[in-house]
Design a protein around this ligand. Structure first.
Ligand code: AMP
Ligand code: ZN
Length: 106
């Protein structure tokens, strides 16, 4: 998607602090952290929100959760929250599926 900031990050058209990358997903540091440690696992495929996921995307979503777990391990988090904000009322601002990895509380 042309005007999607996360599509641009995935294509490296705008910079981001990258933690890890696979052919299907990236994990980047959130620029406005809401937790001591805040990263975003982002699918490379542009799907606007969880509301738009179809059966064909199930494996991709499984991959995203798996990558988030690997990222959390790499970050040394022993416990954390994984959060999808869904739709404006759910706090979603960027319409490209991403999974928040939140942690670092004592
Ligand atoms: P959401 O409210 O679920 O759509 O979350 C969007 C998240 O993306 C917020 O936590 C923002 O701080 C984060 N964000 C926005 N722009 C960027 C960017 N260029 N690089 C990294 N994180 C970003
Ligand atoms: Zn996008």
């Amino acid at each position: 998607m042309e005007d999607c900031i996360f599509c641009k990050i995935v294509k490296k058209e705008i910079p981001a602090e990258m933690l890890q990358e696979t052919p299907e997903a990236v994990i980047i540091k959130d620029i406005h952290p809401s937790a001591p440690v805040h990263y975003l696992a982002i699918l490379k495929k542009h799907i606007p929100s969880i509301k738009d996921v179809g059966h064909k995307d199930e494996a991709l979503l499984g991959h995203l959760i798996h990558e988030a777990k690997e990222g959390a391990k790499r970050l040394g988090l022993s416990g954390y929250k994984l959060v999808f904000n869904v739709g404006r009322e759910g706090g979603q601002v960027i319409d490209h599926i991403h999974l928040h990895i939140l942690g670092g509380w004592k």
